[in-house]
Design a protein around this ligand. Structure first.
Ligand SMILES: *[C@@H]1O[C@H](CO)[C@@H](O)[C@H](O)[C@H]1NC(C)=O
Ligand SMILES: *[C@@H]1O[C@H](CO)[C@@H](O)[C@H](O)[C@H]1NC(C)=O
Ligand SMILES: *[C@@H]1O[C@H](CO)[C@@H](O)[C@H](O)[C@H]1NC(C)=O
Length: 228
C-alpha cells in the first residue's frame, strides 16, 4: 500500500516536471551566448561569454522599425529575434519575431516544437488560427481555432500546434510575436514535406495526402520559398 503510494507520488512528480518543461533555468544573472562557431564546445544552448566582457550591446537588437520586402511568393517577411540574432537571449527562454504581410500574404502553416507563442497585431487585419491535435474519436475532425484580428488584439498559439497568419485586409499588416524559448524552431509544413532534401518517397506522400503521384511530383518540383 505504502509502496503503491510512493510509486504514485513519483509518477505525479514526474508528470509535473514534464508539463512544466521549458528552456532550462539560469543559475546566474545572464549567460550571453558566445558568438563562436569554432570553439567546438556544444551544450544545450550556447556557452556563456565571459561576463567581464558582456556589455549592454549584447542585449540589443536593432532595425525592427524598418519595413521589410514582402514581394515574394508568400507575400510575407519574418524578422526573427532568436538567440542566433540576439546573444543575450541565451538561456532566457524568450524570443521575438516581427511578421510583415502584404495584402493576401501569408505566414504559412507551421509549428514551433519548443515554444508557445503570443501574437500582437500592430497594423492591418490578420486571419490567424491553430488546429488541435487529433481527437480521440477518430470519426471527428481536428478542431480549428481561428479569428480575424485587428490592431491592439492579441492571440496565442499553443506550443507545437500547427498555426498560420494571413492578411485579409487591404493594407500591409504588421504583427509582433513573443515565444517562450530562446530558439523556438520553425517547422513549415508544406516546405518540410514537399521540399525536403533528399525528397520524401512520393508514393508515400500520395497515399498520405490522398493525391495522385503526378500532383505529388509536381509539388516536389516546386521551389519552396521561405519567409525567414
Ligand atoms: C525580407 O526583406 C529583406 C529586406 O527588405 C530582404 O533582403 C529579404 O530578401 C526578404 N526576405 C524574403 C524571404 O523575401
Ligand atoms: C523587393 O523584392 C523584389 C523581389 O526580389 C524586388 O523586385 C523589388 O525591387 C524589391 N523592392 C524593394 C523596395 O527593394
Ligand atoms: C556573430 O559573428 C558573426 C561573424 O563575426 C557576425 O556576422 C554576426 O553578426 C554575429 N552575431 C551576433 C548576434 O552578434
Amino acid at each position: 500500500m505504502l509502496a503503491t503510494r510512493f510509486v504514485l507520488l513519483i509518477l505525479v512528480t514526474l508528470a509535473a516536471e514534464i508539463s512544466y518543461a521549458a528552456d532550462p533555468d539560469l543559475l546566474q544573472d545572464f549567460c550571453v551566448g558566445l558568438n563562436d562557431s569554432e570553439s567546438g564546445v556544444y551544450v544545450n544552448g550556447k556557452v556563456c561569454k565571459n561576463p567581464k566582457h558582456v556589455t549592454a550591446d549584447d542585449f540589443v537588437f536593432s532595425g525592427l522599425e524598418i519595413a521589410r520586402n514582402t514581394s515574394n511568393l508568400l507575400g510575407s517577411n519574418l524578422t526573427e529575434v532568436f538567440e542566433e540574432q540576439l546573444r543575450g537571449l541565451n538561456h532566457e527562454g524568450v524570443a521575438m519575431v516581427k511578421i510583415e504581410l502584404a495584402p493576401k500574404g501569408t505566414n504559412p502553416p507551421h509549428s514551433h516544437p519548443r515554444a508557445s507563442e503570443i501574437i500582437f497585431v500592430l497594423k492591418g487585419e490578420i486571419y490567424v488560427g491553430f488546429i488541435g491535435t487529433n481527437p480521440t474519436d477518430a470519426t471527428r475532425p481536428n478542431k480549428l481555432y481561428a479569428k480575424i484580428l485587428h490592431p491592439g488584439q492579441v492571440f496565442m498559439f499553443p506550443r507545437g500546434l500547427i498555426h498560420f497568419q494571413y492578411n485579409v485586409g487591404k493594407t500591409d499588416a504588421v504583427a509582433y510575436a513573443s515565444l517562450n524559448s530562446q530558439n523556438p524552431g520553425i517547422v513549415t509544413i508544406a516546405s518540410s514535406l514537399f521540399g525536403s532534401d533528399p525528397p520524401v518517397n512520393p508514393e508515400m506522400l500520395a497515399r498520405a495526402f490522398q493525391l495522385n503521384l503526378e500532383t505529388v511530383k509536381y509539388l516536389q518540383s516546386l521551389t519552396w520559398t521561405r519567409n525567414n
